[in-house]
Design a protein around this ligand. Structure first.
Ligand SMILES: NC(=O)C1=CN([C@@H]2O[C@H](COP(=O)(O)OP(=O)(O)OC[C@H]3O[C@@H](n4cnc5c(N)ncnc54)[C@H](OP(=O)(O)O)[C@@H]3O)[C@@H](O)[C@H]2O)C=CC1
Ligand SMILES: CC(=O)N[C@@H](CCC(=O)OP(=O)(O)O)C(=O)O
Length: 344
C-alpha cells in the first residue's frame, strides 16, 4: 500500500457487523474510512444510522457501484449478506481493490456444497477453490498475499479455534464431534425478523437449525484441513436472550489417555503466537470477551470424553475484529494494530 494510511470502504454499512467494524477502524492508526454504502437512496448520515458513531465519523452512506467503491478505496470490506457479496466481488477485484468479505459467499471451496447449504447457485464459482479462508490463527502465512479474504462465520470461528489444536495433534477422534453453541441475537443481523423480536428472544432459550445449520460444512471443511482427514461434526446452535456473545461447548472422543493438564498444554503451545486466543485454566464466559477481539478457550477430560469450551464476541472476533486482523495482514501491518486490548 502506498500511504501510511490505507483508504477503506464499508459496503453494507448500515448493519451490525459494519457498526462494529467502523468502531474498530476509527481507532486504527492505519485506516482512513472514505466510503460507506447502503441500498437506500436518501444517503443517510452514518450518525443517524449508528448513533454511537455521532461526532466520530462525518460520512454519509451512499448507494455506490463497485467501480465507485474501488475508485475511492484501496480495501473494501463487504458487510453484506451472502448472495450480495458475490454480486460485487468480481468487479471490485477487477478494478484493483482488495476485498475482505464478511459473508459466507467465499468460505466454502466447493460450489456444489455452497449450492446445497445456501440454496443458491454461486455466480463466481471459479474463484472458490483458491479463496483464502480468513482465520489468521490457522492461515496467517497465506492471508498476506490474498486480494480476497473470506472472513469466517461466528460460530465457526469459536468451533474451529477450539478444536484445531486437538485435531492437529491427533488428540481427539475426527468423527463424532458434537458442537453445542449459543449465540446472542445480534448474530442474526439488524434486518428485522420475527425470531429476533425482543418478545420472542427475551426470557427464552431455544435451539434452531438442528443438524442443518450452514456453519456445519464450514467447520468440517476447515477442520479437515487441520486434521488431514475428514472431520464429522454435529452442530446445534441456540439463540439466547443476549445482544452479543457466543459460547460453544464441544464434546469429542479422546484418541489417547491424555488428561486435562496435558491438553491445556497442547492448546497453549498451539496458540503461543496467537495474540487473540487466550487459553484459560478456568471456564470461559461470554462477558469476559464482550467488545474484545479475544477468543477464550479451555479444555477438560470428563467421563471418557474431551470437553472443549470457547467464548467470543460474535460481532468482534466472530466478524469485524477478525476482518481487521485480516486487513492488517493484507496491508503488511502487525496483526494486533488497532487492538489496544492486545497491545496493538
Ligand atoms: N452479525 C454477526 O454476528 C455476524 C455476521 N456475519 C456476516 O456479516 C454480514 C453482515 O452481517 P450483519 O451486519 O449482521 O447484517 P445486517 O443485516 O445487520 O446488515 C446487512 C447490511 O447489508 C446491506 N444489505 C442487505 N441486503 C443487501 C443486498 N441484497 N445488497 C446489498 N446490500 C445489502 C444492508 O444495508 P441496507 O439495507 O441499508 O442496504 C446492511 O447494511 C453477513 O454476511 C453476515 O452473515 C458474519 C459473522 C458474524
Ligand atoms: C444468532 C444467529 O442467527 N446467528 C447467525 C449466524 C451469524 C453468522 O456468522 O452468519 P454467516 O455465516 O451467515 O456470516 C445464524 O445462525 O444464521
Amino acid at each position: 500500500m502506498s500511504n501510511d494510511r490505507t483508504t477503506v470502504a464499508v459496503h453494507g454499512a448500515t448493519g451490525y457487523a459494519a457498526r462494529e467494524l467502523l468502531t474498530i477502524l476509527l481507532r486504527h492508526p492505519g485506516a482512513e474510512i472514505v466510503a460507506l454504502t447502503t441500498r437506500r437512496d436518501d444517503a443517510p448520515h452514518v450518525a443517524d444510522v449508528h448513533p454511537a458513531l455521532r461526532g466520530r465519523l462525518d460520512l454519509r452512506c451512499e448507494n455506490l457501484s463497485p467501480a465507485e467503491l474501488a475508485e475511492r478505496a484501496e480495501v473494501v470490506f463487504l458487510c453484506t449478506p451472502h448472495g450480495a457479496s458475490m454480486a460485487v466481488v468480481p468487479e471490485l477485484l477487477a478494478a484493483g481493490a482488495k476485498v475482505i468479505d464478511l459473508s459466507a459467499d467465499y468460505r466454502l471451496n466447493d460450489p456444489a456444497v455452497y449450492a446445497e447449504w445456501y440454496k443458491l447457485e454461486h455466480t463466481d464459482a471459479a474463484r472458490l477453490p483458491d479463496t483464502v479462508y480468513g482465520l489468521p490463527e490457522l492461515f496467517r502465512d497465506v492471508i498476506p498475499a490474498a486480494s480476497l479474504v473470506a472472513n469466517p462465520g461466528c460460530y465457526t470461528s469459536a468451533s474451529i479455534l477450539a478444536l484445531a489444536p486437538l485435531l492437529a495433534g491427533g488428540w481427539i477422534e475426527p468423527s463424532g464431534i458434537i458442537v453445542d453453541a449459543k449465540s446472542g441475537a445480534s448474530g442474526a443481523g439488524r434486518n428485522p425478523k420475527l425470531g429476533t423480536l425482543f418478545s420472542e428472544v427475551n426470557e427464552s432459550l431455544a435451539a434452531y437449525a438442528v443438524g442443518d445449520h450452514r456453519h456445519q460444512p464450514e467447520i468440517e471443511q476447515a477442520l479437515a484441513g487441520v486434521a488431514g482427514a475428514a472431520v464429522d461434526v454435529l452442530f446445534t446452535p441456540h439463540l439466547v436472550p443476549m445482544d452479543r456473545g457466543i459460547l460453544a461447548t464441544i464434546y469429542a472422543t479422546p484418541a489417547n489417555l491424555a488428561g486435562t493438564e496435558r491438553l491445556l498444554d497442547v492448546m497453549r503451545a498451539f496458540y503461543a503466537d496467537s495474540p487473540f486466543v487466550r487459553v484459560l485454566d478456568g471456564l470461559p464466559g461470554t462477558k469476559a470477551t464482550t467488545g474484545t477481539n479475544f477468543c477464550d478457550l479451555t479444555v477438560r477430560t470428563a467421563k471418557g470424553r474431551v470437553v472443549v469450551l470457547a467464548a467470543l464476541d460474535n460481532l468482534v472476533k466472530g466478524a469485524a475484529g477478525v476482518a481487521v486482523q485480516n486487513f492488517n495482514l493484507i496491508t503488511g501491518r502487525p496483526e494486533t494494530t488497532g487492538f489496544p486490548e492486545a497491545g496493538g
